[in-house]
Design a protein around this ligand. Structure first.
Ligand SMILES: Nc1ncnc2c1ncn2[C@@H]1O[C@H](COP(=O)(O)OP(=O)(O)O)[C@@H](O)[C@H]1O
Ligand SMILES: [Mg+2]
Length: 359
């Protein structure tokens, strides 16, 4: 696998905050970055060499973009398969590839794949129309969670069903689209494993953070997670198994529910850098954004050792309208440059470095 050298052009599909932070890491390593994104004024489009503004089904523009780049990656996994095929046909490497993307785009395929490689998940049933829900609810028990198979994020496209009386309203609220019905998981906490796999097959994981969600949106990520070492080890091994099975190249986040007895149930994976890894640049030897760039460029992966205990706090909606005088001296602030704060919108985050680690 050839090494992509500094001075090359990295193309990123998607223009949000993840693209902006990836671009920052790439730029520090001496790369130029082009962003492909349909929106005007998106966070990453203001920090790149060139913004290619076009739709994800504009094959001609995508081909031109791919030809201008030495490697293409993404910050957003819901890239239509057609766009992925255009990039692959261009001869410019695309990391991660089709397999990681298509599996993560569909909750049904994702869970089936996780189970097929021995990664346990909550019990679930595929729901093609509303008449499938009542029998599935009997099998899984109430409450159960109805989730659209495609396009859900930050808790969107989900509805709890507490009794058969909720079925119709839940089905309508998720847009009557193909779904899964998922058994409720009585989790003790949620964690995620950030893992990187390079185009050479080398893998590295970071310590798993304890993630707290409010209204379906990540609120804080804290390390250490407070879990026993063997549970963390198990989670990290499962994440490595997943990226190896996918042939994934780049960073990937695997979310887990931790049951009271320490058993792990995988929830979902994102084939990209992830909000629950935002503390890594400040608290670890190598952060997730730099690691992703190293991985897709065939560089040796950096050391993921954690140097500090840390807490990452998301700034959501109006909380993102911070001014520097709100900060504690030790807070490391990252703002995404979004022009407008809306409820539920991720505007930035703060990382607090707590105790330096002595081991
Ligand atoms: N089966 C479940 N049982 C209990 N809580 C759940 C379940 N599935 C999801 N949740 C809660 O909702 C959050 C968001 O769900 P998730 O499936 O990760 O979707 P999203 O793509 O929106 O992140 C989870 O982090 C968890 O807090
Ligand atoms: Mg999630």
């Amino acid at each position: 696998m050839s090494l992509i050298a500094p001075g090359s052009v990295i193309g990123i599909l998607g223009g949000g905050q993840l693209g902006r932070m990836l671009a920052g890491a790439a730029e520090r390593l001496g790369f130029d970055v082009d962003i492909y994104c349909p929106d005007t004024d998106a966070p990453a489009t203001r920090v790149c060499r060139r913004h290619w503004q076009g739709a994800y089904d504009d094959g001609a523009l995508l081909a031109e973009f791919a030809a201008a780049c030495d490697v293409v990656t993404l910050e957003f996994e819901n890239i239509p398969v057609g766009a992925v095929s255009v990039i692959e046909a261009s001869g410019t490497p695309l990391h991660p590839g089709q397999r990681s993307l298509s599996l993560s785009q569909d909750r049904g395929d994702e869970k089936a794949f996780l189970n097929s490689i021995g990664v346990a998940t909550a019990d679930y049933r595929l729901i093609d129309d509303n008449t499938d829900i009542a029998p599935a609810l009997v099998e899984l028990g109430a409450p159960s969670l109805l989730k659209t198979r495609r396009e859900g994020y930050d808790g969107k496209g989900q509805a709890w069903i507490r009794s058969p009386a909720d079925i119709e309203s839940a089905w309508k609220s998720v847009g009557m689209a193909p779904c899964i019905l998922e058994a409720a998981v009585p989790f003790e906490r949620e964690i995620s494993v950030l893992v990187a796999r390079s185009s050479n097959g080398e893998t590295k994981t970071w310590a798993p953070p304890h993630n707290v969600h409010l209204d379906g949106i990540l609120s804080t990520s804290t390390v250490p997670s407070g879990l026993p070492a063997d549970v963390e080890h198990d989670a990290r091994e499962q994440a490595i198994m997943l990226v190896d099975a996918l042939g994934h190249v780049g960073v990937l986040a695997l979310e887990f529910f931790v049951l009271p007895d320490g058993r792990l149930l995988a929830n979902e994976f994102a084939p990209r850098v992830h909000n629950s890894g935002h503390w890594t640049p400040e608290a670890c030897q190598t952060g997730q954004f730099e690691q992703h760039i190293r991985a897709i460029c065939g560089w040796p992966l950096g050391d993921t050792r954690r140097l500090f205990d840390a807490e990452m706090v998301n700034l959501i909606g109006d909380a993102g309208l911070v001014t520097p005088d709100h900060l504690e001296p030790g807070d490391v602030l990252t703002l995404y440059g979004k022009r407008e704060a809306r409820p539920g919108r991720k505007m930035g985050h703060i990382t607090r470095r707590l105790n330096p680690r002595k081991d």
